[in-house]
Design a protein around this ligand. Structure first.
Ligand code: ZN
Length: 274
């Protein structure tokens, strides 16, 4: 049954703003994949999560701080598969963007979603050069990536940040919610509590799994967010013995108080939800 050809439509559209109804429409003919998986990779001090959809699509959220992501992807993506359907960069800090530079170099990345914010680092400039080959979509709340087995909504930023400079890039992080037939996930990048609370006020956010913001720093993970998402699991992506002291004891205590099971890449390695 897994060799059966399955034509699906992959669409990014705005469910809030009808004038933006169809930003992108791509049809794929792909072999059907047996299941839906989300893998949070242990990439050291950084973030990277791969979504394998039921239709056989690959979506990568951030790429971690270095080329370690290539080894991780090779263990999850068959060697003959050279395409990644969508790469989402939450924000262009090195611990999220650097690995994506290697990914774009090795794989044919069809679509890229990011904020378009300005930065001055060498990695950022390389990123800008490389993404020219892909279809680039500037993230904005209301956009939806959809397949037969899932949808993923962009919840933050509320408006395009393209071409804007920010003192604190963490606060420009894309926040998104992925819903599959039986599991849902909230990804927060390195967004701070202020952004979390803005999103809580605007959207329904309940999810089984919360990807904890900013590697478990105390600047993220507000009570308001936890009470809205009500996750069973919290995933913290951070490097063993990292110099920032992530995750912060205050965050761990808060998660414990809410009875949320914590999984950490520095302790548990790659974390896979099927
Ligand atoms: Zn980070």
């Amino acid at each position: 049954m897994f060799t059966q050809k399955n034509k699906i439509v992959f669409v990014i559209f705005s469910f809030l703003c009808l004038c933006n109804l169809v930003a992108l429409l791509i049809a794929f003919d792909l072999n059907k994949n047996p299941g839906f998986e989300v893998i949070f990779f242990d990439v050291g001090q950084g973030d990277s999560a791969l979504i394998k959809t039921g239709e056989g699509h690959y979506i990568l959220i951030d790429g971690g701080p270095d080329s370690k992501i290539i080894e991780k992807l090779s263990s999850e993506i068959p060697f003959w598969q050279k395409e990644i359907d969508l790469v989402l960069l939450t924000h262009p800090h090195s611990d999220h963007v650097n690995g994506l530079i290697d990914v774009i170099d090795k794989y044919d990345v069809k679509n890229i979603v990011w904020t378009g914010v300005l930065d001055t680092t060498a990695s950022y400039k390389t990123w800008l050069d490389l993404i020219e080959e892909s279809n680039v979509i500037i993230a904005q709340a209301g956009q939806r990536v959809r397949g037969d087995s899932f949808h993923m909504d962009i919840l933050y930023p509320f408006a395009s940040l393209e071409g804007e400079s920010f003192k604190e890039l963490n606060d420009t992080s894309i926040i998104s919610r992925l819903v599959s037939s039986d599991k849902s996930f909230v990804f927060t990048g390195d967004a701070s509590r202020i952004q979390e609370e803005l999103v809580v006020d605007m959207f329904e956010l309940d999810a089984d799994v919360l990807s904890v913001g900013h590697h478990g720093s105390k600047t993220s993970t507000s009570k308001e967010l936890l009470e809205e998402v009500k996750p069973d699991y919290a995933v913290i992506s951070c490097g063993k013995g990292n110099k920032y002291g992530h995750p912060h004891s205050q965050t761990l205590e808060l998660l414990e108080n809410y009875g949320i099971k914590v999984l950490r890449t520095d302790i548990d390695g790659d974390i896979k939800f099927k």
